[in-house]
Design a binder for this molecule. Structure first.
Ligand code: ATP
Length: 222
């Protein structure tokens, strides 16, 4: 699903934020990305989203070199990817329903079809009964689940998350990770950047570890 071939990223100057990255993630796999602050986790995810472009090497997603996408193709490419952020980036003046519906509205999906998909996504994260609420009325864990519903409302083949449990206590973090495992189980490729090593160890999935922009470990769960 994802192949990095000798990928490097330099943000100007002489400093490589990422260097010599070579790895593959198979379709349907679930992978954690770890490393110290500044190791390059967010940069790597931004390269996959094509928010950044590599300074060196090639990134293939579903067999396509994403650097070669014409800029008019980029929105379509990004639609195949669901993204979850630590701060979930919800719109606080819109209901839960409308937050999740937003990507579909932007694409012009017909309202009845959009409603069906929004409710299916909210149901998956256990928040169908809160669709009329505003984000402010929800707990931090529930807000993050809304962020996940919005990320999966398009049924993306690939789900990326950048520190999705960063602000949550251990119990809520484990709940959120279980949700990602549910999507992995139905065939979605999942990649999660996290520095919560205790939680990652318990979940037993493959782990890629970055150190100063280099891949220093690639461990399958025992
Ligand atoms: N847009 C940018 N311009 C210049 N330097 C950048 C940019 N984005 C990231 N960097 C640098 O690249 C390196 C990797 O940063 P990145 O945010 O990818 O790390 P990270 O592992 O996600 O860290 P954290 O866990 O703190 O979010 C850092 O040294 C950072 O300062």
């Amino acid at each position: 699903m994802i192949a990095f071939e000798h990928v490097g990223k330099r943000y100007g100057g002489r400093y490589d934020a990422l260097a010599h990255l070579d790895f593959r993630v198979r379709r349907g796999e679930m992978v954690f990305l770890t490393g110290h602050s500044g190791a390059g986790k967010s940069s790597l995810l931004r390269l996959i989203m094509r928010l950044e472009r590599p300074s060196r090497g090639r990134i293939l997603v579903a067999g396509h070199d994403i650097d070669r996408l014409h800029h008019s193709q980029v929105p379509f490419y990004r639609r195949q990817i669901g993204v979850v952020f630590q701060d979930h980036q919800l719109l606080f003046d819109r209901s839960i329903y409308h937050n999740v519906a937003l990507p579909l509205e932007i694409q012009g999906v017909e309202p009845r079809e959009a409603a069906r998909r929004v409710r299916a996504a909210l149901d998956k994260v256990g928040l169908l009964h809160r669709e009329k609420a505003l984000p402010i009325e929800l707990s931090g864990g529930e807000q993050q689940r809304v962020g996940i519903a919005r990320a999966v409302v398009n049924k993306p083949a690939l789900l990326l998350a950048d520190e999705p449990t960063g602000n949550l206590d251990p119990q809520l973090s484990a709940d959120i990770m279980r949700l990602f495992e549910d999507f992995h189980r139905i065939g979605t490729t999942v990649m999660i950047a996290s520095h919560d090593l205790a939680l990652i160890a318990r979940l037993r999935h493959r782990m890629l570890r970055l150190h100063e922009g280099r891949l220093v470990a690639d461990e399958e769960a025992a």
